[in-house]
Design a protein around this ligand. Structure first.
Ligand code: 13P
Length: 258
């Protein structure tokens, strides 16, 4: 089975809605129709930009899926500052990042919370991009596989194999995020293959064959091709390099830089 790669731009806490509009328009000039036949593209701006990005994507028929970086798992309630999945669905958001390491490390999100969010996102007919990844200490102590296995199993607990087949898992080693240190293509491949093997063990071979697994962590135009052409890597979750149209477009066009 061939899996269509998904290249996602996680803008994190960057760009107001005016800047977002400019970047999306620049991106629309830099990305071609051929590109989107080969890869899916999602952009994940801050919440305050989503309506603007949705409007320009729909009115100009731009080939980008609108994404979000986060949401709450409850449908509504007294949760000051939070956003419900249904609010994102109403903005035609397609993909929602769940359990990013920054949410886990800075805001104390747990696997149980990630699991509740995955279910809430699926219930609202959006696609979770569930993140997993180990710290440098865990890697050096040879605990990376245990950590990833736990995050994948606990984060997806109770989700059906059919639903797992349709979602996205992002493997992002924490030591490679925003540091300029990328996992070697071999290491990234080995860990993404391990994620797939974990999915096979927990949800069966069909789900494992279909689930898309992204690599994230200092993905740049210069390393995108060798990462993305690995057999178990089905795209990228891009932080810093997604904030400029040219570099993000060159990652989308990774096949041109062979
Ligand atoms: P960088 O690409 O800036 O390393 O960020 C990766 C990331 O965390 C994407 O979610």
């Amino acid at each position: 089975m061939s899996r269509k790669p998904l290249i996602s731009g996680n803008w994190k806490m960057h760009l107001n809605h005016f800047e977002a509009l400019k970047l999306v328009q620049e991106l629309s000039y830099a990305v071609t129709i051929d590109d989107v036949e080969e890869v899916d593209i999602s952009i994940h701006p801050p919440f305050t930009d989503i309506r603007t990005v949705q409007t320009v994507c729909e009115s100009d028929r731009l080939p980008f899926h609108v994404g979000a970086q986060h949401c709450h798992f409850e449908a509504k309630g007294a949760f000051t500052g939070e956003i419900a999945p249904s609010m994102l669905a109403k903005l035609n958001v397609s993909y929602v990042i769940v359990g990013h390491s920054e949410r886990r490390e800075v805001f104390g999100e747990t696997d149980e919370m990630a699991n509740a969010k995955v279910k809430a996102i699926l219930a609202n007919e959006m696609i979770p991009i569930m993140c997993c990844g180990e710290t440098l200490e865990e890697r050096e102590a040879e605990q990376a596989e245990d950590k990833i296995s736990g995050q994948v199993r606990d984060g997806l607990a109770g989700v059906s194999p059919e639903q797992v087949a349709g979602l996205v898992i992002a493997y992002e080693p924490i030591w490679a995020i925003g540091t300029g240190k990328t996992a070697s293509a071999e290491d990234a491949q080995a860990m993404c293959a391990f994620v797939r093997a974990t999915v096979a063990d927990a949800f069966g071979a069909e789900a494992a064959e279909a689930v898309r697994i992204q690599y994230g962590g200092s993905v740049k135009p210069v390393n995108a091709n060798e990462l993305m052409t690995q057999p178990d890597i089905d795209g990228a979750l891009v932080g810093g390099a997604s904030l400029e149209a040219e570099s993000f477009a060159r990652i989308v066009q990774f096949r041109l830089s062979e």
